[in-house]
Write a protein that binds this ligand. Structure first.
Ligand SMILES: [Zn+2]
Length: 492
């Protein structure tokens, strides 16, 4: 999609569609006044009759509006003006774009009053791109079509480029997650990712099962041992910063399909388990964006790719694994596999010299019980680093909420036969207990864990998105953008 700066007024411009937003609690202003004049007071009449959309992402479609040269006007609700920020902006713009994208359109304009200021231009553009992509990958009749040109009344060439790169990376992550598990498995994911890395100059090592064996990745290997498709590990390096800048590590869980293993999931819980590699997809997409944006920082990306399946060689309850760090783990639930994969990845990230770590994982259903579907759990071992990552998420408009990490939670992980067991006692605080497990493998380095089990995949469609969301790609890019090579005690 080509993004261009519109210098003339939108009302008289030949366009296929105009996307315009209105606040629930404010009158018409800015471009809306201009549109209303061309529509001979039509918008004002709708507003007076309370017919304009109000809630974020609600839309009203006006075909062939008299007085405008465009064939479709999409009005989208922006919610309350006091709640305005990057999160409603992204949702509203994506919802408006999604409506217009239901048929092929050449040129579409985005109304400026949707956009707060120049810093939100990249977010708005990313939202348009995301709004135009659905999960119709294997439908012969497509449901959504990307626009050829997008016209914006504000923003610079560099904002436009940033927005397009962010949107394309979000869509890349979404495509990887939406692909079915017979297409995306450890080997095919690794090949795709290696190609993507090559495109943009990221070094990418793919570890096969022999290398994983040699590297003592006993926890990761155990999870994958029930599948006919062997595990893979991606070790990616982007060197955009000074040679002496210690790298930031981005670490992603990549369980390409999770049956639960011998602790098998019921059908309902298994149907969308292709999305259990969303963390790995997020990391690959964020690194790809960082390289295209030429961010002046050093990054390491790690993705652990396995299928958690059932066969005669599956790992079992009662097994004791030796993780790469040397710590032994008693397995009491084979569906708590993500933390085993991450245990070895985190150990490698530390060994590779990471000065700070962020991992992204669809880790626990418990996190959804605690926070719902649209908020990610944020846990870590370092106040300043947690605050820094939370700040980046806020700027990207991707909601996170901190969960406590008191030492007491780790008591549940004591095993009588090994150093740790892979699940706690019962259902209490499952998301936190999982994070306490991960903490055992970061050797005290500043580390943040994002549990994205809720936000990664929409079980039912929303006005702005369906299926995979690409959530936290933009947050990771923002964290990378801010990386200085070290972590302050408290965020500035
Ligand atoms: Zn699982």
């Amino acid at each position: 999609m080509l993004v261009r700066r519109a210098s003339e007024a939108l009302a008289g411009k030949e366009l296929d569609a105009i996307l315009a937003g209105c606040f629930e609690d404010a009158g018409l202003s800015g471009v809306l006044v201009e549109l209303d004049r061309a529509l001979d007071g039509g918008l004002e009449r709708l507003r007076a009759g309370r017919e304009l959309p109000a809630a974020v992402g609600e839309t009203l479609l006006w075909y062939r509006p008299p007085g405008l040269a465009c064939s479709l006007l999409v009005m989208v609700g922006l919610g309350k003006s006091s709640d305005w920020g990057p999160a409603p902006l992204y949702r509203a713009v994506a919802a408006a774009a999604r409506q217009a994208a239901r048929k092929p359109r050449r040129s579409v304009a985005l109304d400026t009053s949707l956009v707060l200021n120049d810093t939100s231009v990249p977010t708005a553009i990313a939202a348009v791109l995301a709004g135009c992509q659905g999960q119709d990958l294997y439908r012969s009749e497509k449901k959504l079509f990307a626009f050829e040109e997008l016209w914006l009344p504000v923003g610079s060439e560099s904002d436009f480029r940033t927005g397009v790169i962010l949107g394309e990376s979000v869509n890349l992550a979404r495509r990887l997650v939406d692909q079915p598990p017979n297409v995306i498995y450890p080997g095919s994911f690794a090949e795709l990712a290696a190609d993507l890395c090559r495109e943009v100059g990221i070094e990418c090592d793919v570890w096969d099962e022999e290398r994983l064996e040699f590297e003592r990745c006993g926890a990761l290997l155990a999870v994958g041992q029930g599948s006919a498709r062997p595990p893979r590990l991606l070790l990616m390096r982007y060197r955009g910063g000074p040679a002496d800048q210690p790298p930031l590590a981005l670490v992603g869980k990549g369980v390409t399909f999770d049956s639960g293993g011998l602790s098998v999931k019921p059908t309902e819980g298994m149907k969308t388990m292709k999305c259990d590699m969303a963390g790995a997809a997020t990391v690959v997409a964020a690194l790809h964006a960082a390289a295209r944006l030429k961010l002046p920082v050093n990054l390491i990306g790690l993705a652990g790719l396995v299928e958690n399946l059932i066969s005669g060689s599956s790992y079992k309850l009662g097994d004791v694994l030796t993780s790469r760090s040397g710590k032994t783990i008693e397995i009491l639930n084979t569906d708590a596999e993500g933390r085993l994969v991450l245990a070895d990845l985190l150990d490698i990230a530390v060994e590779q010299g990471a000065a700070a770590l962020v991992d992204v994982a669809t880790l626990t259903g418990s996190c959804i019980i605690a926070l719902g579907n649209h908020v990610a759990g944020l846990m870590g071992n370092h106040e300043g680093w947690c605050a820094r990552v939370a700040q980046a998420a806020r700027r990207a408009g991707e909601p996170v909420w901190p969960l406590p990490m008191y030492a007491e939670y780790a008591e549940q992980l004591r095993s009588s036969i090994a150093d740790l067991k892979n699940v706690g006692e019962g259902r209490a605080a499952g998301a936190i207990v999982a994070a306490k497990f991960l903490e055992e493998f970061v050797r005290g380095r500043p580390w943040v864990h994002l549990d994205v089990a809720g936000p990664a995949f929409l079980e039912s469609p929303k006005p702005w998105c369906d299926g995979a969301t690409g959530a936290f790609v933009r947050t990771l890019v923002e964290v990378a953008r801010q990386w200085t090579g070290r972590v302050e005690e408290t965020a500035g």
